[in-house]
Ligand binder design. Sequence first.
Ligand SMILES: [Zn+2]
Length: 147
Amino acid sequence: MNQLNNSVKEIILNQEQIDILTEHAKNSHPNESCAMLLGTHNDQQWNVKEVFLTNNMEQSETNFTISPEELLHGHQLAEKKQLELVGVFHSHPNSSAIPSDTDKKFMKGNPVPWIIHSVMNNDIAAFVLDTSVEEISIKIKERHFYQ
Ligand SMILES: [Zn+2]
């Protein structure tokens, strides 16, 4: 019997992965930082197994771009570990953790959860673009749980 009978969409990470991402955001300040999240997923759950930190080519406070080379490396790493891209992470140095109009545009081309970390108010939130942008839960995995 399937016990996952709720319809709540969620992306699952452990605290160490969250720390790596927020540290990366701090180190990239005042510019936006970005990362690829690799793992496994079904229709409603995205389970992050590996964080692949990337550089923001734009070195911008309001935008980010991952280079084609790093995107390729990320996808190669995923393939090697039999994982998939399950999320895109980036930070907002000076604004809230909600997708900008530019983010929404790019979410269309990258239909995985997007995690946004606001360095400004130390908030973190995840979104998917279905017919509209929808916030989903971020679940922190206990370290002692079996995956
Ligand atoms: Zn953004």
